[in-house]
Design a protein around this ligand. Structure first.
Ligand code: CUA
Length: 339
């Protein structure tokens, strides 16, 4: 193939893969649904009000000056009187900005400290989130649950507050956890543990994404926080704690899966698959998306993903396993059974 043809092919492939990706609306920061996001929202209103006032004063003075002191026909070309130095004005334009910066700094520090110093009350849900290129590992230490990309938490109400405390770590490079409607951004940094917390007040799915450039598929490192009623959350945790299904219908498919090198990177609880390099697959079908949100978890998409993940999310660390048709059928059948 000539290089121009190859280029055309690449562009076409890119266009097709772009078209195949669904839109991921980012949550509106002006509709906060948890305490940390609300504190940040209120602070941003103050900052914007101060900036708007400064803009109006500066733009107003500028407009006034341009109009009032514009060149007039009756002017005889004389320069206006030149004024040098005015202690009063210089003091004013030094002191006023210093005061404004001081107020904004204090207000920001207050919000940062209030969020950061929050202690986990007894009974708060503790979750560790580990950033990987390019997906999120989610571990509920106390509950013996490991999942990926979709963080389930209980809804917090006035009568029954439910706080989720997150420990944020990274397996490789710096990432940033950001679910705009729930909290500000917090980085996940290698060899360091950061913390944050959320108390979502509304059930539903909140979208977020990695907010720190972390390589080729940074934009496809998407995140979902599924906020559930206490009963639904209880049901979800009970289901996740079970070992992966050992359905006898997929006996042969399971044997095929376990014979392949998939097991070096993925864990399926209750089997010999115990790799930790990629997402835990024990309850894969309980997740709405594949590839950290790049495509919905449908049977066609699952098949396409297993066949060649590089086609769907180029550069991701899962290689094309070059499975033959029979292997592909069996692996997909087995994965589809992992409810
Ligand atoms: Cu992870 Cu950007």
């Amino acid at each position: 193939m000539t290089s121009s043809l190859r280029m055309l092919n690449l562009c076409l492939g890119f266009a097709i893969s772009c078209a195949a990706q669904s839109v991921h609306p980012v949550g509106n920061i002006f509709k906060p649904q948890a305490t940390p996001a609300e504190s940040v929202y209120h602070l941003s209103l103050l900052v914007m009000a101060v900036c708007a006032a400064i803009f109006l004063v500066v733009a107003g003075l500028l407009t006034f000056t341009i109009v009032r002191f514009r060149r007039r026909r009756e002017d005889d070309g004389h320069e206006p009187a030149q004024v040098y130095g005015s202690n009063r004005i210089e003091v004013a334009w030094t002191v006023i900005p210093v005061l404004i910066v001081l107020v904004l700094t204090m207000a920001t520090a207050r919000v940062v400290i209030a969020i950061q110093n929050k202690r986990a009350p007894t009974g708060a849900l503790q979750v560790t989130v580990i950033g990987h290129q390019w997906w999120w590992e989610i571990r509920y230490e106390g509950l013996r649950i490991v999942t990926a990309n979709e963080l389930h938490v209980p809804v917090s109400t006035a009568s029954k507050p439910a706080l989720t405390f997150l420990k944020l770590e990274s397996a490789d490079v710096a990432h940033s956890f950001w679910v705009p409607q729930l909290s500000g951004k917090t980085d996940l940094i290698p060899n360091r543990t950061n913390t944050m917390w959320i108390d979502p007040r509304q059930e539903g799915t909140f979208l977020g994404n990695c907010a720190e450039y972390c390589g080729m598929q940074h934009a496809n490192m998407l995140l979902r926080v599924v906020v559930q009623s206490p009963e639904d959350f209880e049901k979800w945790t009970a289901a996740q704690r079970l070992d992966a299904t050992s359905d006898s219908h997929v006996e042969a498919a399971r044997a095929m899966f376990l014979s392949l090198s998939c097991v070096n990177c993925h864990t399926v609880s209750g089997t010999s698959a115990s790799g930790t390099f990629g997402p835990d697959l024990s309850h894969l079908m309980s997740r709405a998306n594949l590839g950290s949100g790049v495509i919905p978890n449908t049977s066609e998409n699952l098949r396409a993903w297993v066949k060649d993940p590089q086609e769907i999310k180029p550069g991701n660390l899962m290689p094309n396993m070059q499975l033959n048709a029979r292997e592909l059928d069996e692996v997909v059948a087995y994965l589809s059974s992992l409810k």
